[in-house]
Design a protein around this ligand. Sequence first.
Ligand code: ADP
Ligand code: ZN
Ligand code: ZN
Length: 802
Amino acid sequence: MKYAKVIVDVPASAINQTFDYRVPEQFSDVIQKGCRVLIPFGPRKITGFVVELTNETSLTKLKDIIDVLDITPVLTDELIELGKWLAEDIICLYISAFQAMLPAVLKAKYDKEVVKLTDEALTIELDNVFQGRDSVSYDELVAANIRYSQLRKAIDEGLLMIHYDVKSKVTKQYRTMIRSALATHQLIEIAENDLTRAKKQREIVQSFIDNPEAIEQNQLLKRVGTGLSTLKALIEKGILHAEKVEVLRNPYDDNAFEKTEKLLLTEEQQAAIEPINEALDHKKHDVFLLHGVTGSGKTEIYLQAIEKVIQQGKEAIVLVPEISLTPQMVRRFKGRFGSKVAVLHSALSQGEKYDEWRRIHRKEVQVVVGARSAVFAPFENLGIIIIDEEHESTYKQEDQPRYHARDVAIYRGNFHQCPVVLGSATPTLESFARAQKGIYKLLSLTKRTNEQEMPEIQIVDMREELHRGNRTMFSLELKEKIEACIARGEQIVLLLNRRGYSTFVMCRDCGHVQQCPHCDIALTYHKQHHRMKCHYCSHEEPVPQTCPKCSSDLIRFFGTGTERVEEAINQLIPQASVIRMDVDTTRRKGAHEKLLQRFANKEADILLGTQMIAKGLDFPNVTLVGVLTADSMLHLPDFRAAERTFQLLTQVSGRAGRHQLPGEVIIQTYTTEHYSIEHAKNYDFLAFYEQEMRTRRTFQYPPYVYLALINVSHPNQVKVMQTTQTIVQLLHQKLSDQTRILGPTPSPLSRIKNRYRYQCLIKYKHEPEIRKTIQMILHHFSKEMENDDLTITIDMQPHQLT
Ligand code: ADP
Ligand code: ZN
Ligand code: ZN
């Protein structure tokens, strides 16, 4: 008898536990490690992952596995180990770690269909079920008691495939290929002797005589100009052969990418790639921090390292932040490696994502370029993992499971004994500190490949503008520079640092701010629909005409959204045409690319946008970059505020003068003296790093300490406070005296969707038992979490302290 250890999909069940099930005889040669199965759990039927198979169990009264969901395992052995490690490291459920590794299609329940990919006969049992049909539902096959081993054999031989019925715009997933069943000389004979009166049939045969390659059915019919019945006749006579092939929905047309060749590296690039090549040659797991100014040719280094990996017969993962996953970026990888590249990003439909994932799973590609979750790509022979813009906060997932892609990459790099390359112009303090200590190997690129200087940055003090009587959001300098730039026929990128800004409604008489009744945060004004909306829940209400508190009619919206800036530009510089890029104008799929394409075609003078325009864009005609308010982010209650400001200013400045034309940058601010702005002006990462490290040491923040955040929420405020208090007490008992435990405090967002939120923050240096302690605490409250709507969330590497 075989038994399976299964991780079950029950969110509230005790963490990190497997349940044993019996493997019924009919599944015994199908169920493998890494397959999903359907199992009984209490009164329910749920799904789970098989993580181990054994021949013995210490338990009696085991239940049987009901069904097997994957005929080929969806998780590799490595991914199973990774999932266990990850769940323990970040303190989440095994099941959510595993689910994070798979495309969404495999998480939900979709109807499965079994598709026949051949015209030939299958086994008698299978043919009985198909009865001449092209596809049958999976349930029908199961109901017919088909042996799984038989099904699996047919799938392995490419006669059948399982298809998830995912709603997708692309409907055509198979095409019928027609090929000749006979040799050319036989065709000639038939055409001349047997088909003299069947003119159209002869023409088809003639077309195979001229062109013996297999051809897609519709193309063939078009080529000859005839209908399906003619073709069918030839197939029935055994002269031609029809065959279904699956067409994976490839969202990119691989032929549309112009092939690029590798560039001759500069001396600096050569020096930087050598240690990476050496690690590749010796199968060494080194972590490299590639610190290179924008435009210094980091991407070319990635490309050449990957080329070597492919030559070694291995695979590569490249992570880029979601917003840098532009067509420009995709083109650089597809241009070099063509159809060897799969691209995974959130703008793809579920079906497209699944198809890209399967191309990886089936080893049809060797390179995957994608956002955060691509780090879980099911490659089994990894040669390198690259994380571009390693400082980006999007590499940390902000909901369950709260993992950091960098940590996962390093785990996998260690498993495969391959290098991991972290690239950035503005590395995180954590990574740079590790490089300074020699834990990571530092590689530096100090020059742009085009030998152009970085554009000059001018800081404008907006307080002085105000004193001069200028109440607009454009300083005189910026206005004049924009006008001059337009007059020269060049283009401008304007960044509105939106984070920290909100477009809220405030009464100018009494200061009342309209808030969400459920969430304790200001409602956001949406001009398009003229309504107030909450960004946390979906509460909506009309804009008040008079102040609910003092009845004044001087209640207005406040703050600066991109729409307001656009209006201001129209008034101040009426000759300027503007493309606005923000969450609202880029919501629809493909909108982002279209706007950028229009800007590239010079259909507008100004590209105005939020953070999303700061990164990766490369327009030769952009010579002026303006930052409207550099400091709006500085005042957020976030210890990374200065670091984020420095990063953003450096990134956006890199957008100007990337090609022949020299560029300039104007940064408007109310705090000219802040060191993040001063050092950004001089492109002095090292000076910023040193000053910021001093601040972090003084206030005990990472990288000097580790953080862990425990967040508690419940509809009852007293209950939340008491629970958090108990947690703090338990922590004090278990953790060392050097560790600081801050809390209980209300979370910065103290109420969301009618749930009160409290938190406690742990700052620790050396605390080997911290994960065990937190597990113990979760265990302590597990009943209440299951039955009383109590939620406790753990973040072992909090980026947002909310
Ligand atoms: P980064 O990724 O560091 O911002 P890129 O890789 O985008 O820099 O390089 C900037 C520009 O320099 C690109 O247009 C790229 O094609 C070009 N480039 C990179 N390496 C070389 C090289 N060795 N010789 C010539 N041009 C190069
Ligand atoms: Zn009022
Ligand atoms: Zn709300």
